[in-house]
Design a binder for this molecule. Structure first.
Ligand code: SF4
Length: 221
């Protein structure tokens, strides 16, 4: 299986995905926390509420009482949990000295150290940390999600029971460490998972049909 060829086929089919939707690196970081266990449309409403209340900054979020922050991000669901998580992330950025320009976090340490520091923040798991590293900080850390696991297992690239870290290592081994490539490929995999490689796959129209071993086991419809 040629992983670059899969990327190219998806890009030909879907076109550039222009990820991550967000006007600033900090907005991307906030979105990475708010999107946990919820659809992006709900996150957009929460971010709009933060913007409308001049609350989309590290200091503004830290200054808000928990109840007020929870009310603003309520559309994103799990709002009490996410209030604690957002505050923890903002406190981390403040302590790193990058409250005014969170994108400067990228200059503070090599990628593996930054990743470890992010993972130590309350509520930041591997997918959230990698989303921040890749989409907010522009560093080549591949984002793995449920779509990635499902489609690449069906495509024969994974067994399906690997850990997050093992899947990420595989992508890093198969692809050049190019943040633009990682950015686009993850977004394309999400598009694949939403449009075709669903729990019940729509293989007949999938751009990867010709190279997918799983499709050959199914009656086309
Ligand atoms: S051909 Fe089917 S199983 Fe294979 S990637 Fe496409 S939708 Fe998924």
């Amino acid at each position: 299986m040629n992983w670059m060829a899969l990327h190219d086929a998806l890009l030909d089919h879907f076109g550039p995905q222009h990820w991550w939707p967000g006007e600033t690196p900090f907005e991307v970081m906030v979105g990475a926390v708010l999107t946990q266990n919820t659809a992006w449309t709900h996150v957009e409403r929460a971010i709009s509420a933060l913007k409308a209340n001049d609350a989309l900054s590290v200091r503004a979020i830290l200054a808000l009482p928990d109840t007020e922050l929870a009310a603003l991000i309520r559309p994103a669901g799990y709002f009490n949990v996410k209030t604690r998580r957002l505050k923890a992330l903002c406190q981390f950025l403040l302590e790193c000295g990058v409250a005014e320009a969170p994108e400067q976090l990228a200059e503070q340490a090599p990628l593996p150290e930054l990743r470890a520091r992010l993972l130590a923040v309350h509520g930041v798991g591997e997918e959230t940390a990698d989303s921040i590293l890749l989409y907010a900080l522009g560093l080549p850390s591949f984002v793995v999600d449920a779509y990635t696991r499902r489609s690449f297992t069906r495509l024969g690239g994974l067994t399906g029971d690997e850990s997050y870290a093992a899947i990420q290592r595989r992508f890093h081994a198969e692809l050049p460490a190019d943040r633009r490539l990682f950015n686009e490929f993850h977004a394309l995999i999400v598009a694949l998972g939403k449009h075709y490689c669903r729990p019940k796959p729509r293989c007949v129209d999938c751009p990867l049909l010709a190279v997918c071993p799983h499709a050959k086991t199914l009656p086309l419809r």
